[in-house]
Design a protein around this ligand. Structure first.
Ligand SMILES: [Zn+2]
Length: 246
């Protein structure tokens, strides 16, 4: 058996389809991991060039502001916005390259039952890449790498949450999450930015965000929570390490 490589360069690689997905769906966990000293990288699949509001250039600046607020690094995979699924092998390859470059322990992405075709496509590309990153003959000119665990953040537009793997307590980083979202000035409800209405710009947007996170927080007896799914069953050596047991 070939020994598994151990040269991790980051703790977590979060991969969202568009430049604001990471903040909206996983901003709290990224911020809290970064506060613990973990190296967290957020990869935007696309530059968001097909977005109803904002240009790719504006969104790149907003994204870097948001990353600074969260204390994380941000990269863009340069996949076609609206067309991540058009060539799934090419998209998979870009994800493999990112995994092999940043060598994370954990990889996070969208669930595969999402309303947005790009979210579904990046889910598929990341699942494929999670496996192929360790395949010796899948040649990208880089060392192969096996991340430890694949996890999913859950898109808020679904009606009913799927069975969850865990809920992250994001109460202490709630302000950071909101501030990082507000850095996306062109995207989320913001009266200072003129542009076509979307479901993200509605008056009720911030209320809905708070209500959802408060709901997930209430399930684990904290103020705000972010829901996650886990691929495979997590192994636990000591149940005393669960944070709601300590
Ligand atoms: Zn998106």
């Amino acid at each position: 058996m070939v020994a598994m490589t151990e040269d991790f360069k980051s703790e977590a690689l979060f991969i969202g389809a568009h430049p604001d997905d990471g903040e909206l769906l996983a901003g709290g966990l990224m911020a809290s991991m970064a506060e613990k000293g973990h190296r967290v990288i957020l990869a935007d699949g696309t530059a968001g060039e097909m977005g109803t509001r904002g240009t790719a250039e504006e969104r790149a600046i907003e994204g870097q502001d948001a990353a600074r607020i969260l204390g994380i690094e941000r990269i863009c995979l340069g996949l076609p916005d609206g067309g991540i699924g058009r060539d799934i092998e090419a998209s998979t390859r870009r994800v493999v390259e990112a995994i092999r470059e940043h060598r994370p322990r954990l990889v996070f992405t969208h669930t595969g039952d999402d309303h947005h075709p790009d979210h579904n496509a990046i889910h598929l590309a990341v699942r494929r890449a999670f496996f192929l990153s360790f395949v010796l003959k899948y040649d990208t000119g880089q060392e192969r790498h096996a991340p430890r665990k694949l996890m999913y953040f859950w898109s808020h537009r679904h009606d009913v949450p799927p069975p969850l793997g865990f809920i992250a307590d994001v109460s202490s980083v709630w302000d950071k999450k909101l501030t990082s979202m507000k850095a996306h000035k062109s995207q989320f409800a913001n009266t200072d930015y003129e542009g076509p209405e979307t479901f993200l710009t509605n008056d009720l947007f911030w209320h809905r965000i708070e209500a959802r996170h408060a709901f997930f927080g209430s399930l684990v007896k904290v103020k705000y929570g972010e829901p996650y799914l886990v691929e495979g069953i997590p192994r636990v050596d000591d149940p005393m390490e669960f944070s709601d047991v300590k």
